[in-house]
Design a protein around this ligand. Structure first.
Ligand SMILES: *Cc1c(COP(=O)(O)O)cnc(C)c1O
Length: 230
């Protein structure tokens, strides 16, 4: 199936899941995950209105940034401190901040460019060992520490849920993320603006939206299976 057909299905699913959670389609951002996707297919997606695109690797953003115009780039994959320089003046949102050290590097690089960088705190909600992200019990404290950095703005939370056969198995994790999100929001901390809850991928985005996601990150569901050999 082509990108258009895939998108039509996803749009319908997001609309009905948003309705189930008392929201509208416009309340949820569909972030197209373009890792390993070539520029021609990205142009096709852009022509369908998908201008928010997410990449795992900072180097891939750094390259594609110059090859396609008019994209709002999102850094969604793990970011090493020494790679911040590749994306700092190219992305609108970094989804994967899980340490003060990384936030401090972002702050330093953002200050040098005289910008403020919007970031999400990545939470390891399932506790899987191989996963990046901060322990949920420490997320609020990390958000508070980061909120004191002048050139970084905390805009919400992100998680990568486990890969499961049945997306219902992730519902409990999405609920926990939503609860954490609301808890932190309710404290009304200065310089913490809980605007985005970035949870849900191809396999489980419907459940994620039902549980309150307002960003879903979809790669294979839109572009088809990834080819890592190219
Ligand atoms: C690859 C990736 C996605 C998209 O995964 P799909 O299952 O292809 O939709 C979302 N978020 C992150 C952090 C990713 O690395």
């Amino acid at each position: 199936m082509g990108i258009k057909e895939n998108l039509d299905i996803i749009e319908g699913n997001i609309s009905s899941a948003a309705q189930k959670s008392g929201r509208r389609r416009e309340d949820v951002l569909l972030l197209a995950v373009s890792k390993t996707v070539d520029i021609a297919r990205m142009e096709e997606a852009k022509a369908l209105g998908l201008i928010d695109m997410g990449e795992n690797k900072p180097q891939e953003i750094n390259r594609k940034f110059y090859e396609i115009e008019g994209i709002r780039w999102h850094q969604i994959g793990h970011l090493q401190t020494n790679k911040v320089k590749y994306v700092i003046d190219k992305v609108c949102l970094i989804h994967s901040v899980d340490s003060l050290k990384l936030a401090e590097e972002i702050n330093k690089r953002a200050a040098a460019k005289e910008i403020t960088m919007d970031i999400l705190i990545e939470v390891n909600i399932s506790g899987e060992e191989a996963k990046h992200g901060i322990h949920p019990d420490e997320a609020e404290n990390l958000a508070l520490q980061i909120s004191r950095l002048p050139n970084v703005r905390v805009k919400g939370l992100m998680t990568v849920a486990p890969f499961v056969d049945d997306p219902e198995d992730n519902r409990k994790y999405f609920r926990q993320m939503k609860k954490l999100f609301v808890d932190i929001e309710s404290k009304n901390y200065d310089n913490i603006d809980m605007e985005y809850l970035s949870i849900g991928m191809t396999n489980d985005y419907i459940v994620a939206v039902e549980e309150g996601a307002n960003i879903v990150r979809i790669g294979t569901g839109l572009f088809g299976a990834r080819d890592y050999t190219v």
